[in-house]
Each structure stands twice: as structure tokens, then as C-alpha cells.
Ligand binder design. Sequence first.
Ligand code: FPP
Length: 246
Amino acid sequence: MGYKDQIDFLKLPQHIAIIMDGNGRWAKEKGKLRVFGHRNGVLSVRDVVEGAGDIGIKYITLYTFSSENWNRPKLEVSAIMELMISTIHKEINNFMKNNVRLNAIGDLKMLPEKCYRELMGAINKTSVNTGIVLTLALSYSSRRELVQAAKNIACKVQKGELDIADIDEETFENNLYTSGMPNPELLIRTSGEYRISNYLLWQIAYAELYFTPKLWPDFRREDLFEAIIDYQKRERRFGMISEQLN
Ligand code: FPP
């Protein structure tokens, strides 16, 4: 029996977030340049997004490029940006065929002009789709997102549009890049690293964490299904005790 047959479709997470890690090490193991790992990482993205959409996951959010990644060697940064442009361009027909709606979060204005245009074009074109929402976190920093949310809220207070006494968790949620999306119930990180790396810090407050030693270019839909099965075996208590849950 494959992993897909073991999934309980009544207990699917709505939103899965993934830290795609290990592209560089994967390439190095094969005696290749790091960009070879990123290129193969794209094949994993395609398979995982298709697999997730196929079983009815509503949202998938991929940590594609962090704000800190701008500090990598220039050559690697431009190779990733080029890869993004060509991937989005090539994948658009697949997105339309598979009913995928593309979305992006992060400091998108930092992206090279061509990348930004390609991304916005694809987001516009796929906005009519009603299937899985694929969010790319690009030039993303969770701390900056929180600082930005605080600034937006302060601005509303200053203009007299919002009373300090009315600021609550929902106010914060509504001012994050992810406003309108459910919070991820499952966060996956590949490559055997046990870190969150400034990713969706607010949103993963109650997410189940799943770490796998597999490097991202080796991760496929079967691995995603395995992670979902593991998630479904966990008891999510949200601070309560077991007996209260039934
Ligand atoms: C992490 O591996 C990977 C990245 C920083 C880039 C991920 C980008 C892609 C897979 C391309 C995706 C493109 C689209 C359009 C979704 P790493 O380089 O940090 O690996 P290492 O830890 O082994 O060095």
C-alpha cells in the first residue's frame, strides 16, 4: 500500500509550509555546481505541488528565497533569479492545467525587474484558478514581516482609524503578508537541519514540525504524503489535555 492510500482525507492539513533545504549539498555530493541542485529542486517543487493539489491540500507555501539569501555569492543569486524567471515562464501552462493559483510573499520589490514582472504576470494569469494556492516566499524575512505589520497598525492608530484598545491577534493576522490565508498546520524542513530560519514565525505558532534528512532535490510527493501521515498521527492539544479533545 502506497502512502497516498494511508492518508485520512477527513484530517488533511489545509496549509503546508516547506523549508526547501539541501540543494547545494545535493549538488556537491554529485560533484556539480550548486545551481545544479537548484535546477533539480525545481523538479521537486513541480512534483510536490502537483501531489499536494491532487490530494486536496488548499495552500502550500515554499521558502524559496530568504532576505538573508541576498548575501550569497552574486553568481548564485543571479542563477537562482534566472531559474525563477524561466521556471515561472515554463510552468504557467501547468499551473493553468492543474488549477494552481500562484501567490508570493516577501519584499518583492527587491527582486530584479524581469523576475518581478514574470512573477506578477503569472500571479495575475492564475488568479482565476480555484485549486491549490502556491505561495512562494521570496526575499522573505518573518521578522521584517512582523515589523511591517507593527508599522501598518501604528499608522492606522496615528490616523485615528484604529483604537489601541482594539488591537488584538486578529489585527496582527490581518496585517501580515499571509492575511486571508489559514495558518499552516504542518511545517516541513528537508536536509536534516532543525531550524526555523526566520520563516513564518507568527503563523507557525501551533504548526506540527516535521524534519526529514532527505535533501530537497530528492523530496517527492511520496515524501510529502509520508509527512502528512506522520502529522495525522499526532495529537494536537492546543494547550488542553487529551481528555478534553473528544
Ligand atoms: C536551499 O538550499 C534552497 C534555496 C535557497 C533555493 C531554492 C530555490 C529553488 C528550489 C528554485 C525554486 C524555483 C521556483 C520557481 C519555485 P541550499 O542552497 O541552502 O542548500 P544547502 O543548505 O545544501 O547549501
